[in-house]
Design a protein around this ligand. Structure first.
Ligand code: NAD
Length: 295
């Protein structure tokens, strides 16, 4: 049993912290939002009124925050609060540069650090079945592994500092592209008079099969737990999808990789976000695709 501080108790962090507590760890959570604090408390997580109080006596600190700037700012503060040797794990999805800056802050403070972003969505966070992709030393990975196992099913050590974020950015570029592909297929099926269920029954067992279709279907009906059945309440907000696609495009230009579909998906999610849809689930982009087909 360990004393763990969990910073960022939102759609993902809240259920992840709850799973650490269920596994028998003493978890103290902190979030700037009272609603997130209240939800975490209801799920069995002790909460603190400040970062300082949350990390008191913590052997490990987990962060699950929106963007790189939040992670670097929080790690800068917490590196001044925790003793050397504390294990710091960031599970947010951020750019590789921010991840490496956070590792550097930890190293200066004598802490052990890991970037460990996740895949699997809010359903995976609640069920404790996330995939973790980790970047850092073998020693950091070894110490973090038992904690990650309390929140996930598959734990992959991808390489050194920032390697977890590199894997996550590549994975989410596939996700953004595939959600648009699935949305386009349903929009086309509607025009052709094909029912949602018929397309789902065929494509989910054929070569069109993918997670965006079978686990996160963007039309109501075939996958009852998907946000399409809940007025596209996130889930995974479109603004965060856009953030990840922009990270992929920044990484592609910096490294000289060619990602034409990644670029197109980024443009479509940027338009969707500009139309005021950033707070809706990313699968709601099917509505924009339908509208674009209207005369
Ligand atoms: P969210 O917006 O629901 O949660 C983020 C939380 O961080 C919020 O409650 C916010 O109040 C809190 N926060 C922000 N700044 C803070 C600070 N300085 N101190 C304390 N708390 C602070 O976002 P989410 O959906 O939980 O996503 C979190 C991260 O996980 C993002 O990087 C996202 O890209 C990634 N992610 C999300 C999903 C998903 O399906 N939602 C899946 C995989 C990865």
């Amino acid at each position: 049993m360990k004393q763990i501080a969990f910073i960022g108790l939102g759609n993902m962090g809240g259920p992840m912290a709850a799973n650490l507590a269920k596994a028998g760890h003493r978890v103290t959570g902190f979030d700037l939002s009272q609603a997130s604090l209240d939800a975490a408390a209801q799920a069995g997580v002790a909460t603190a009124g400040s970062l300082r109080d949350a990390v008191k006596d913590a052997e490990a600190v987990v962060t699950m925050l929106p963007k790189g700037e939040h992670v670097v700012a929080v790690w800068r503060e917490l590196c001044g609060l925790v003793p050397a040797g504390t294990l710091l794990i960031d599970c947010s999805t951020v750019d590789v540069e921010s991840a490496r800056s956070a590792h550097a802050l930890a190293e200066t403070a004598g802490c052990v650090s890991l970037d460990a972003p996740v895949s699997g969505g809010t359903g995976g966070a609640a069920a404790g079945t996330l995939t973790f992709m980790a970047g850092g030393t073998e020693a950091a990975f070894g110490r973090a592994r038992p904690l990650l196992e309390a929140m996930g099913k598959r734990i992959v050590h991808c390489g050194g500092n920032g390697a977890g974020q590199a894997a996550k950015i590549c994975n989410n570029m596939i996700l953004g592209i595939s959600m648009i592909a699935v949305g386009e297929a349903f929009a086309l099926a509607e025009k052709l008079g094909l029912s949602h269920q018929a397309l789902f029954d065929v494509a989910s067992t054929s070569s069109g099969q993918c997670w965006s279709l079978t686990s996160y279907c963007p039309v109501p009906g075939p996958v009852p737990a998907s946000p399409a059945n809940n007025d596209y309440k996130p889930g995974f907000a479109a603004s965060l999808m856009l953030k990840d696609l922009m990270l992929s495009q920044d990484a592609a230009s910096a490294s000289g990789a060619s990602t034409p579909l990644g670029a197109a998906a980024t443009g479509l999610y940027a338009a969707f976000d500009r139309d005021g849809n950033g707070g809706r689930d990313f699968s709601a982009i099917i509505e924009m695709l339908r509208r674009q087909g209207e005369p």
